[in-house]
Write a protein that binds this ligand. Structure first.
Ligand code: CP3
Length: 343
């Protein structure tokens, strides 16, 4: 029995054509997603309804020949079940009452958070049972810093200003929050693997704009803590790390955190950056979501460029960030055909 292509790449093999999935492959650009979404009371309720979450997880797999499925959930479910309520406001995004002190952190219940996320485990079990054996099921969580930026900033906070200022002004508050988030996240990820996740992904969407000492402290250390805790529990599935916007610091992240693979964004999908990674270190992503939105003949050239710069290492095709709501599903089909037709 051969391993599915995505698992082969994460085990260190170059596979051609590359395995392919898309960040936010389930979402508002699909009319069938919008139809299911309309049935739910609100976004949190939607994520916590396995009937609906299983359906939208599988939708992109029915349209496109993808190598992986990512469970439909959200990185902000964890603070929500810990006691900091999250509301998703149409046209605004996530909104929460901000936390501002060590006392606010102590008032949250991180110990029970992994239990409170049990609908996600049910979704994973049911999706795994429905998937083709060659399609890999991905579980995920937000990385502590990114989740903390929402918890401290209250949602909309350009440049993640509130969290960055707090990290300097009140290190005890921020470091305690990051440690508790890391431990609860590790417990959550371990339970996702028990429910059928074969790969884990850590989204650090706000790893940008940090000076190196802060990057070490709020990105590398908490990520390392999660990876260590997952491994200490005997869970050996591959872990993909996505420090979005980290630029050159992403190489340090790849070397120091213990992640298996690095997800690239547009700032580091370059030959110059890849030369700074260890030989054979698996990478994923890098395709510009704006080009997916624009469509047209430039798509083929960018696919060629990404395959050329990653030619000497294991590579999983993906975007450098998520599919946006304004994308035409037919353009996604064209991209998938272009990638799958390669090699
Ligand atoms: O298909 C998939 O990729 C799986 C589902 C998934 C969602 N969120 C569903 C979602 C994943 C992996 C996430 C992760 C997530 N959530 C991240 C990290 C990845 C990234 O985009 O950087 C972040 C930062 C969040 C927090 C979040 N959730 C924001 C900022 C928003 C609002 C922005 C928006 O696009 O509206 C959400 C809501 C959300 N999560 C939607 C979806 C499909 C859209 C909400 C809706 O359908 O009404």
């Amino acid at each position: 029995m051969t391993m599915p292509p995505m698992m082969r790449v994460l085990a260190g093999e170059r596979v051609s054509p590359p395995p392919l999935w898309l960040m936010r492959q389930a979402g508002r650009y699909l009319p069938e997603y919008r139809a299911v979404r309309a049935q739910a009371k609100d976004f949190i309720d939607f994520c916590f309804s396995p009937d609906l979450a299983v359906e939208v997880t599988l939708q992109p797999l029915r349209r496109y020949a993808l190598s992986a499925s990512i469970v439909f959930a959200d990185i902000l479910l964890l603070p929500h079940v810990a006691g900091q309520e999250v509301r998703f406001e149409p046209g605004v995004g996530p909104v929460m009452d901000p936390i501002a002190s060590r006392a606010d952190v102590d008032a949250l219940d991180f110990d029970q958070a992994a239990d409170g996320l049990s609908p996600v485990y049910e979704t994973l079990e049911r999706v795994r049972a429905a998937l083709d054996p060659n399609v890999t099921l991905i579980g995920f969580a937000g990385s502590p810093w990114t989740v903390a930026t929402y918890m401290i900033g209250g949602g909309k906070d350009p440049n993640r200003w509130a969290a960055r200022v707090a990290a300097y002004r009140d290190p005890e508050f921020v470091d305690t929050l990051l440690t508790r988030l890391a431990d609860a996240t590790a417990a959550y990820l371990i339970r996702q693997v028990a429910a059928g996740a074969q790969v884990l992904k850590l989204f650090d969407s706000w790893a940008e704009s940090l000076p190196e000492p802060l990057f070490d402290r709020v990105i590398i250390e908490p990520t390392r803590r999660i990876v260590d805790a997952v491994r200490a529990a005997g869970v050996d599935v591959p872990i993909i790390g996505f420090p979005r916007g980290a630029g050159l610091l992403a190489a340090k992240y790849a070397k120091r955190t213990g992640v298996t693979a690095l997800a690239l964004d547009m700032t580091n999908a370059s030959q110059e950056f890849l030369a700074t990674l260890p030989d054979g270190f698996p990478v994923q992503g890098g395709f510009d979501p704006a080009l997916l939105c624009a469509g047209g003949p430039q798509i083929g050239g960018e696919v060629e460029r990404l395959l050329a710069i990653t030619a000497d290492r294991p590579y999983i095709f993906n975007l450098g960030h998520g599919v946006t709501p304004d994308v035409d599903p037919a353009t996604v089909a064209a991209l998938v055909d272009t990638v799958n037709g390669h090699g």
